[in-house]
Design a protein around this ligand. Structure first.
Ligand SMILES: Cc1ncc(COP(=O)(O)O)c(C=O)c1O
Length: 435
């Protein structure tokens, strides 16, 4: 594969931009040496790099692009709005129309506030919970990789440089599916926890009625339950994981797929809590999400169109169906290569990931890198195996072939040593090590 132009620009990028790009998960430390460093164009689930190489892509735009790249109805809706103006001195009626449309999908949510990024809205949810409860501590799920770029979350990770210790000490952790770990947090910090925040489901299924038990404990202890639906939203179900599991959180946050790649996110929740950010109450007002570009018109138009497409077309069904087809084919390839203990699929069909293990069956970044290297060489970029509405059966079947061939190399590397097959250093992701 010719990567000449990509590689030349890659050298330049690090001289101009710390880490060479603006999204952690797109960084060079997340991809093998032999990978396209820049993608110049996308259509559906296909992308082209700077050197003209074509790939089938998975997990597109960090799971933001669920319909497909350059999806015509969404692009056209955004463009029509751009021609009418993108940002006025007073709000646009689109804000109300999009709010109504989104709320109609999410049972139990009564009010919504739009923003640009997932981080903005999870941070706003935490701020609102602190204001509503008058408490400072935030309890986050230890197994869930990412909630926000802001200090309350990053301060609790291994990349906490620059975040004051007093801020770090305000975030505590519980374990998914371990209700006892939540009970002991509430006991240890009696009357101090403002909220519990988690994804309803990541790669592990909730068991023993975990989500409803969590809600019961939050109520009992006067804390709010916040569901982060950045990934589950517009994927598990049109109404998000909260509709899928029949759970009514106090607050929830959406982003990513909601605008099919356009920058838009939303904080939703119960009126009594959300109204603290409003004008018509006699309590102290919460400064809830105000930015210059907050309700940028073309992103709202893109979100409105995306939501309508979800309502009119079987998007979610397609994600499950193609994910199932992919999982079936990949599981056969795993079995053919005798790799059941070394390469595994995890997660829902609509959000498939893979786990790589070394010859001792320990999780391995070197083997993850090798797998990525081999699929990329054959025309598939798969940091995860998350499909979109644009992945056709042909794309899925080609991917299964590519994965089969790559697992053949994987099997040889288990016997001969990964170094013999890997070009360059292993990847070292901090936040989503196994995607
Ligand atoms: C579950 C979850 N919450 C929040 C975020 C933050 O969203 P954003 O990157 O749009 O700020 C992410 C981003 O990956 C995420 O996966």
């Amino acid at each position: 594969m010719n990567l000449q132009r990509s590689k030349a620009l890659q050298r330049k990028s690090h001289a101009l931009i710390p880490a060479g790009c603006h999204t952690y998960a797109k960084g060079d430390d997340q991809y093998p040496e032999r990978a396209p460093a820049f993608l110049a164009k996308g259509k559906g689930c296909h992308v082209w790099d700077l050197d003209g190489n074509e790939f089938i892509e998975y997990g597109m735009g960090l799971r933001a692009v669920t319909l497909g790249h350059a999806y015509p109805p969404v692009v056209e809706a955004a463009y029509r709005q751009m021609l009418l103006g993108d940002n006025f001195t007073r709000p646009s009626p689109l804000e109300i129309e999009t709010a109504e449309e989104l709320l109609s999908l999410i049972p139990g949510a009564e009010m919504v506030k739009f923003a640009k990024n997932g981080s903005d809205v999870t941070t706003a949810a935490v701020k609102l919970a602190r204001a509503y409860t008058g408490r400072d501590l935030v309890a986050v799920c230890a197994e869930h990789p990412f909630f926000s770029v802001d200090d309350w979350f990053i301060g609790s990770t291994s990349m906490a440089s620059g975040i004051p210790l007093p801020v770090r000490s305000l975030t505590v952790k519980f374990h998914y599916n371990d209700i006892a770990s939540v009970e002991s947090l509430f006991e240890e910090h009696r009357g101090e926890i403002a909220c519990i925040i988690l994804e309803a489901e990541s790669t592990e299924l909730p068991i023993n009625n975990f989500l409803h038990e969590l809600q019961r404990l939050c109520k009992k202890n006067g804390a709010l339950l916040i569901l982060d639906e950045m990934i589950t939203g517009f994927r598990w179900h049109n109404g998000g994981a909260q509709a899928f599991y029949g759970i009514g959180p106090d607050l929830s946050t959406f982003g990513k797929a909601m605008g099919n790649g356009f920058s838009i996110s939303a904080l939703l929740g119960k009126r009594e809590i959300m109204e603290l950010g409003g004008l018509y109450h006699d309590k102290e007002r919460v400064f809830l999400l105000s930015t210059t570009h907050g309700a940028e018109n073309h992103s709202l138009a893109a979100a409105l169109e995306t939501i309508r497409i979800y309502q009119q077309q079987p998007v979610v069904e397609h994600l499950y169906r193609q994910g199932e087809r992919l999982a079936k084919g990949v599981n056969s390839a795993i079995a053919e290569n005798g790799l059941q203990d070394y390469f595994q699929l995890a997660g829902k069909p609509c959000n498939l990931i893979y786990i790589t293990r070394d010859q001792d069956k320990n999780r391995s970044q070197a083997f993850r890198t090798l797998f990525l290297q081999e699929v990329i060489k054959r025309g598939v970029i798969a940091p995860s195996l998350v499909v979109s509405f644009s992945h056709t059966e042909q794309d899925i079947d080609r991917t299964i072939e590519v994965i089969g061939e790559s697992l053949n190399v994987y099997r040889k590397a288990l016997a001969e040593g990964v170094d013999k097959h890997l070009v360059g250093r292993p990847v070292k992701p901090v936040f989503r090590p196994f995607n």
